[in-house]
Design a protein around this ligand. Structure first.
Ligand code: WTA
Length: 648
């Protein structure tokens, strides 16, 4: 492998507005350049100043960084508590009675918690957990819907110095069991169910099945949310409403070392077994707080809404730990975006006067498909900043977001990061960075990314290669839980002192990063290494296309041939002439050698529960093979069956 060819050239550029810049936390490119330069030239003083100023310490740290590749330890000698940094910190000032959480259930009820009220709930839950035997150093699994209690549960664990392992509520009993066992969780917090698409979706049966095969679990704490019937194991199961409600609303926060385990979060790699990504306390808190402040420009007046689920890293870093440390008002929503109608999100933005909105490209493409009439019906005038995360955003989806949602007024921060990185590493800073649709733009302070070839040598501008990070940062993962060898191999196996992201990227002449997707999604067609993402973007730029996924299938002549799975806008007929038109469109946008060999129309694409297209499954279908790999993270299994039936 030499380098990855990068073919899409996006020329549009959007400067920050003078009004936004004037009010932003950081104003103008010069301020960024200066701070960025300092953060690289003297990282220890940069980070230690920020850690002293921005974190609430029980005991100050003595050493900033101990970097013995591939292991980093930060802020050694210090002690602190994560829940105290999210809550107690705000209780002595005017934020005490400010809304910390505004929650909307799918059926429509609204609950608001001030910082003081949230603090009391967390203390009660911590006391209840302690009474059930949870101690500092223990692990607790959380398997819950998006209700306020999930935030309370996470912070209550942190208050005791116990680590949480949040397992997304859409995972199966088997996936839950594997994570509970790997973490050796002592207690599980769950609910009877959660509301999705207008109905109660039960959670307790999966917990019951998982616990049958997980003897480490001693107690299960169950929030009554839907009132649906649940089976009960006497002695093991407890209603949240009984034990938490009667617990004392005060509980001192347990001071833990800077490098104390805050949580593990499981993520899938290229092999079947999920990896428990390890994040510790001080570095993670500092990094999520700083990125929240600068990337989302959070101010006390903001109403901030991140549509992620707490079961993913985005929920950890940018619903709970980052924004609450900043004293923000965080909106939380339980349900799906099209219940009871496809304008639900836009209606909620109007109702709560949301100012900062953070969502995923896959959601945006879905909204494009549903039609412009839905956002147009609602008042979006409160919005001032938009964000995206999770995958590369196609320039056409970016432009739709910019026009229809941001009304050409709101900066868009396209934030690149990973479960492993803890927080955002590459992103525009609003008010500072001119944006280009489809580019995550520039590194955050202290982050030194590079695009390299297989030998680890820097690629020239505009040449695609592997994205690495050349030095440690406070929010980085510390290891893989119970498997340090896997940590070393996955992230530092190729280059011993540089963190390997697994993503391809190119850097343009202005120093902007363009993420090309996972390198295992890269195709090799006639000796050209092509990013699936760029061909998808070309397809989506065609007016008939709602969503596209591109994979390579083995081809005797060209190495790989391109198969594109395409979802058309609902009213478009699926004609052969459309197939030809789309092939010609890609050839026109990128070049004849990138012309798909095959276009398949699909009603829906197989996605993970976090919305990522599962190209691995599509590759099998394109190659005409039975899927042998793991499908436990697939959102809707029937999609696979339907794709097979569609085979010509
Ligand atoms: C992809 C989600 C392009 C990337 C926070 C990364 C992105 C993986 C972007 C991590 C972005 C995330 N542009 N690609 N703005 N953000 N990715 O661990 O491939 O669920 O490696 O973390 O998502 O996914 P994860």
């Amino acid at each position: 492998m030499t380098t990855i060819e990068s073919l899409l050239k996006e020329e549009r550029r959007f400067e920050p507005s003078a009004a936004f810049t004037a009010a932003a936390h950081l104003s103008g490119g010069a301020a960024y350049d200066e701070l960025y330069r300092r953060s690289l030239e003297d990282p220890e003083s940069f980070w230690s100043e920020r850690a002293r100023a921005d974190l609430l310490w029980s005991k100050p740290f003595e050493q900033v960084l101990d970097w013995r590749p591939p292991h980093a330890r930060w802020f050694l000698g210090g002690q602190l508590n994560a829940s105290a940094n999210c809550l107690d910190k705000h209780l002595s000032g005017p934020r005490r009675n400010k809304a910390a959480l505004i929650w909307e259930g799918e059926p429509g009820e609204i609950r608001t918690y001030t910082y003081l009220q949230l603090h009391r709930e967390v203390c009660k839950a911590a006391n209840a957990l302690a009474a059930l035997g949870v101690e500092k150093g223990d692990r607790v699994a959380i398997y819950m819907p998006m209700i306020p209690e999930i935030v309370v549960a996470m912070l209550a664990c942190a208050r005791l110095g116990a680590a949480h392992t949040v397992v997304f509520g859409g995972f199966s009993a088997e996936a839950l069991r594997d994570r509970i066992l790997d973490a050796q969780a002592k207690l599980v917090i769950t609910a009877d169910g959660g509301f999705r698409r207008g109905a109660a979706l039960p959670l307790k049966p999966a917990v019951d099945a998982a616990c049958e095969q997980a003897p480490c679990v001693q107690n299960v704490l169950v929030v009554r949310r839907c009132g649906n019937p649940v089976s009960w194991v006497a002695g093991r199961d407890h209603w949240w409403q009984e034990v938490v409600e009667r617990a004392l609303p005060v509980r001192p926060a347990t001071a833990v070392d800077s490098e104390h385990l805050l949580f593990t979060l499981y993520t899938s790699g290229t092999t079947g077994k999920p990896k428990g990504i390890v994040h510790t306390t001080a570095g993670y808190l500092l990094y999520t707080q700083m990125t929240s402040r600068y990337v989302f420009d959070l101010k006390d007046e903001d109403v901030y809404w991140c549509t992620a689920d707490c079961g993913w890293i985005t929920g950890h870093s940018y619903i709970v730990y980052g924004p609450l440390q900043c004293g923000a008002t965080v909106l939380l929503y339980e349900g799906t975006p099209n219940t009871p109608h496809p304008g639900r999100f836009w209606e909620m933005i109007g109702r709560h006067r949301v100012t900062v909105f953070y969502t995923a490209p896959t959601a945006i493409r879905t909204f494009v498909k549903w039609g412009d009439e839905h956002p147009l019906r609602f008042d979006l005038s409160s919005l001032r900043l938009l964000g995206t995360v999770g995958e590369p955003i196609n320039p056409e989806a970016w432009m739709w977001y910019h026009r229809l949602i941001g009304k050409e007024r709101c900066p868009i921060v396209d934030t690149w990061w990973q479960t492993e990185t803890g927080g955002i590493l590459i992103s525009p800073l609003p008010g500072v960075t001119a944006t280009k649709p489809g580019s995550a733009t520039k590194p955050f302070f202290g982050i030194e990314p590079e695009v390299v070839n297989e030998k680890g040598e820097a690629c020239a501008a505009d040449h695609g290669g592997l994205l690495v990070i050349k030095r440690p940062w406070p929010g980085m993962l510390r290891t893989v839980y119970n498997d340090d060898q896997r940590y070393r191999e996955t992230y530092f196996g190729r280059f011993p002192t540089m963190y390997f992201t697994g993503d391809g990227a190119r850097r343009d002449k202005d120093g902007y990063f363009w993420i090309l997707g996972r390198v295992d999604d890269v195709m090799n067609v006639s000796g050209h290494r092509l990013s699936t993402m760029e061909i998808e973007s070309a397809l989506v730029s065609h007016e008939a296309v709602a969503e596209a996924a591109v994979v390579g299938r083995p081809d005797a002549l060209t190495g790989q041939a391109i198969t594109a799975f395409v979802t058309l806008h609902s009213k478009e007929p699926k004609l052969d002439s459309m197939r030809e038109a789309l092939k010609a469109h890609v050839a026109k946008e990128i070049g004849a050698f990138a012309r798909p060999a095959e276009i398949r129309f699909a009603e829906a694409l197989p996605k993970t529960r976090s919305g990522k297209i599962m190209r691995r499954l599509l590759r099998d279908i394109a190659a005409g093979q039975q899927t042998v790999g793991d499908t436990t993270t697939l959102e809707d299994l029937s999609v696979l069956a339907r794709l097979r039936e569609d085979e010509d």
